[in-house]
Design a protein around this ligand. Structure first.
Ligand code: SF4
Length: 395
């Protein structure tokens, strides 16, 4: 963290309707929205059209008030407002890094908090979305892993992260204004807090809303879901979501991966690679991303690099090398740059793209593996983390 880096922080509440106890329309898939409109008495012959109209207002124009849905009859708008709400997570804080990365601390139902990160590039950007408060798993290099799972996010809270970011970036189209093709949120990665495949149905429904071509319109090839290796749900991701897949791989032996990614004790490297070789959407144009955090003296040797390319042989893949991002109490150090480059070189010479991920937002704890919310923070001490790494705690 560079001490001189200017950090701006302001507390704002962005267009948030109060929690009403009414059913929230955000996050409902089209069939679920149709069922909800039927329940309030919408005539069957109108349901499809009404779904299309409401959908456009919510996800194309970003409207938060039923009264503004002007192509619907006044009394129907009143009926909608009587029964439904348009609720988004509340923005508790918004931090902006010296490199432009933005981190949002969001409050959701129950007062729990999650973090979402926006990483801008030239005329585009990536939103890193959370799927759980805390995490089911305890990867020892990951800050979120020190936060016990509180709960899964529902589809509204997952979709809501994208809508909050679009609010903040002013990315909703303005009626009558010339169409602007630039998408500031051009990519979405499910790499925030939580293991998305341990919240499969909510993540699937949320991505169906996000990928729909009449609203938020992020194509499936612009969405990457990262899993630590929930093997039984991997094929289902291809069949029911269809987005790109990334795997938190991070080690080349079971002995090391058991420590870094404890789910490996359930489905080890061989089981994971077998599932990836069977991945229904496997192709050269849709390569699987192997994420590999670079930990000094742990998993960064030349032997590791050579073993890695042997292990994934035959899988259309790219390897994202992630220089470890430190967090308070972390039991690891980042590999030296020369070591990272030497590792990348071996992987590259073996024929794999091996980009080294530029750490973004480190100064606001927004970089990969640094996310953690206040919720339940007290639950895990440094001693517990150290004990876990030393293999004291079995998971
Ligand atoms: S790396 Fe992912 S799965 Fe592992 S603890 Fe962190 S958030 Fe959870």
């Amino acid at each position: 963290m560079s001490a001189t880096a200017p950090i701006t922080q302001d507390v704002l509440t962005i267009r948030r309707a109060p929690q009403t106890g009414k059913r929230n329309l955000i996050g409902l898939t089209r069939p679920q929205l149709a069922a909800a409109l039927r329940e309030i008495g919408t005539p069957e012959r109108q349901v499809k059209m009404r779904v299309g109209q409401v959908w456009q207002w919510l996800y194309h124009w970003g409207v938060r008030d039923f009264a503004a849905m002007t192509n619907l009859a006044k009394d129907y708008r009143a009926l909608l407002a009587e029964h439904f709400a348009i609720d988004l997570p509340q923005v508790v804080s918004r931090q902006v890094s010296a490199d432009g990365t933005r981190k949002y601390l969001l409050r959701i139902a129950g007062g729990h908090e999650v973090e979402t990160v926006y990483i801008p590039e030239e005329n585009r950007g990536t939103l890193c979305v959370s799927s759980q408060v805390g995490c089911t798993l305890t990867c020892s290099f990951c800050h979120t892993g020190t936060q016990k799972l509180v709960r899964n996010l529902d589809a509204a809270e997952i979709v809501g992260q994208l809508m909050v970011a679009r609010d903040d970036l002013g990315e909703w189209p303005v009626p009558g204004a010339p169409k602007d093709e630039t998408r500031l949120v051009s990519n979405l990665v499910l790499m925030g807090m939580g293991e998305p495949l341990y919240n499969f149905e909510n993540v699937r429904d949320a991505m169906q809303v996000v990928m729909d071509g009449e609203g938020l319109t992020l194509s499936r090839r612009r969405i990457t879901l990262s899993t630590s290796g929930v093997v039984p749900e991997i094929a289902r991701t291809a069949q029911e979501i269809g987005c790109l897949l990334a795997v938190s791989f991070h080690a080349t032996t079971d002995a090391v991966r058991d420590k870094l990614v404890p789910i490996n004790k359930r489905w080890n490297i061989r089981a994971l690679l077998d599932a990836l070789r069977e991945y229904p959407r496997l192709s050269n144009s849709e390569r699987i991303t192997f994420e590999y955090v670079m930990l000094k003296g742990v998993n960064d040797s030349d032997d590791d690099a050579r073993r890695l390319v042997r292990l994934i042989a035959g899988i259309p893949a790219k390897i994202n090398l992630i220089p470890f991002n430190e967090w308070p109490g972390a039991p690891y150090e980042r590999s030296d740059w020369a070591r990272i480059e030497a590792f990348a070189d071996i992987v590259h010479k073996a024929g794999y793209a091996s980009p080294i991920r530029t750490p973004r937002g480190e100064d606001i704890m927004a970089a990969c593996g640094q996310l953690k919310s206040e919720t339940e923070r007290a639950r895990k001490s440094r001693a517990e983390i150290a004990a876990e790494v030393a293999g004291g705690a079995g998971h």
